[in-house]
Structure formats: C-alpha cells, structure tokens
Design a protein around this ligand. Structure first.
Ligand code: PEP
Ligand code: MN
Length: 302
C-alpha cells in the first residue's frame, strides 16, 4: 500500500501519517519526489483497519500495491534510483560500462584488462573469482587469490570492481576486496544467497535467471535483497533460454522497457552472455542502449 501526499503536505503531515503506520508495527518507506511525497507501507496492512489514513491531513490518496514486490516497485519510488560507487554511479545519469574477463586467471591478465577497459571508457571492472560452472571439472575460479588481484586492479586504476558470489562464504570473502557483488543467473532464486547479499552492505547486481523465470520473479528476487535493508540493487538482463540455438541465449531487450514501468532500479544489459558470439556483442550493446538501459556488462579478454 502507498499513501500519496498532497503537493503542499507539510513535514508534520508526513510525520503524523508515518507515525500512525509505525505505531501498528508496519514499516514505512518515504520517497520524496520533486512534487509529492509517497509513503510506502510494508507489512500486514489489515493492521491499519480503522486508521482512516485517507482523511488524515495532507493525504491525497491511498493506493493498494497489488504486486508482491514492494521496495523494488515503481509505485513505491516513482523516480529512477541510482547506485553510488566511489568513481561513478549506476543509474539514468550515466551510461555505465562494466567490463572485464569472465574468470580472473592471473594478476597480469586482470591488470592488463583493467587498463584496457579503463582506456575504452569503462568505469567498473568485472571478473569472476568464484565461477558457477555447468561442469564440476571446469575451472572453478581463483577464489580469494582472484579477489586480491581485483583489489590490486582497483587500486592501480581507480575503477570500481565487481565479482560474482556463489555462497555465503564467498560473500564473507568478497566484501573485503570488491565494491559490488554479483548474483549470477543460476542463483537468481537462491533465496538464502539473496538474503545474505542483502546483509552484506555492498551494492548487488542481480542477473536474470536463465530459464523459465519471469520478470515478476526477477523483481521478487530483488525484493529479497532489499527486504534485508539493502536498497542498492542493479538488475542485469543477460538473455534467457529459448529454442533458438544460433545464439547462446536469447537477449530479451523488451525486458528493459517492461522493467522501466515496473521498477525504479537501474537496469544493465549483458550482451556477452546473452549472445555468446563476439560479432553479436556490439550490435546488441547498441540496441540495449537504444532500449533505455543504464549500462552494459561486457566480457573482455586480452
Ligand atoms: C558471468 O558473469 O561470468 C556469468 C557466469 O554470467 P551469468 O550468470 O549471466 O551466466
Ligand atoms: Mn562469463
């Protein structure tokens, strides 16, 4: 449920309404827009029966939020949000490029890539230290050693750095070395991992699940992170599995405008994992920007 205040509502009006809600044990989320303030309510709204918030001073209207995700919902927070990093921010004010290798392989490989992507305009270095491989016999990542290389590359270049985490132990380790955590497609509905990320204190880039997950399920996954008190979530479309085999996945660019109507969270598109073919990355990157993405994630290898 949201309470939309009148354009002229005073601070006192807002405090009074928020106070009535909190008194009933519900949580309040304020969104101060340029015109109006919106008070978002999270919790069991039946507790508000008899409160008559509709007629409280300064209230314009009370609207039910029917979607199960609330904090990620655009109705709660109509203005687009952005996520601040030390060297940039991810949101509508920038076109952020996150680039780097799939897996961190060595200090030299990462450092060389870091300087190259910085020169090309990227502001965030990506690289996997924990790799969620289809086969248990594939290289699983350098783990802590890789995280240390990430930190070195960050210090040498000033880029922010992002690394995927695959377990609670990986989170515990990664927070010491990186600026953003990434949840991979295979873990989009790993709810325990999402909750741990919500508590980790770093921004989280949440990739869309690769098979049979809807946009609403994706937004509910982001809600798991936000409900732990972490508002800094970035969504990343990386292609979904369809019957087409000419590309690795099918890049669902319509997800960008769909998300724009449903959520305030920043949206990044990853054309590398979506297409799996170098020649398709550039045209789909351009298409993603045309569709309104706030940035791109691109795999780069020297
Ligand atoms: C990755 O970013 O290297 C990765 C494994 O991506 P995804 O989770 O989208 O498959
Ligand atoms: Mn990869």
């Amino acid at each position: 449920m949201i309470i939309i205040m009148k354009p002229g509502a005073s601070e006192e009006n807002i405090r009074n309404v928020a106070g009535q809600i909190e008194e009933k044990g519900l949580t309040v989320h304020l969104s101060h827009g340029t015109e109006v303030t919106i008070i978002g309510v999270v919790g069991d709204k039946s507790k508000l029966q008899g409160s008559n918030l509709e007629i409280a001073a300064g209230v314009d209207k009370v609207v039910a939020v029917t979607e199960s995700y609330k904090l990620a919902n655009k109705k709660f927070h109509p203005e687009p949000s952005s996520v601040s990093l030390s060297n940039t921010s991810v949101g509508p004010e920038n076109l952020t490029v996150m680039a780097g290798p799939c897996a961190i392989e060595s200090s030299t490989q990462l450092m060389e890539t870091a300087f190259a992507v910085k020169k090309a305009g990227a502001t965030v270095l990506r690289g996997g230290a924990f790799k969620p491989r289809t086969s248990p016999y594939s290289f699983q990542g350098l783990e802590t050693e890789g995280l240390k290389y990430m930190k070195e590359a960050r210090e040498a270049t000033g880029l922010s750095v992002i690394c995927e985490v695959t377990s609670a132990r990986a989170i515990e380790d990664a927070v010491k070395y990186v600026d953003l955590l990434q949840i991979g497609a295979r873990n989009m509905q790993n709810f325990e991992l999402l909750k741990e990320c919500g508590k980790a204190g770093l921004p989280v880039l949440l990739k869309r699940g690769l098979a049979a997950t809807t946009i609403d399920e994706w937004l509910n996954a982001s809600e798991y992170i936000m409900a732990e008190g972490n508002p800094n979530v970035i969504l990343c479309e990386r292609g979904i599995r369809t019957f087409e085999t000419a590309t690795r996945n099918t890049l669902d660019l319509s997800a960008v405008p769909v998300l724009r109507l449903k959520t305030h969270l920043p949206i990044i598109v990853d054309p590398s994992h979506a297409t799996g073919v170098r020649a398709y990355v550039e045209p789909m990157a351009k298409a993603a920007v045309s569709a309104g993405a706030d940035g791109l994630m691109i795999e780069v290898h020297p």
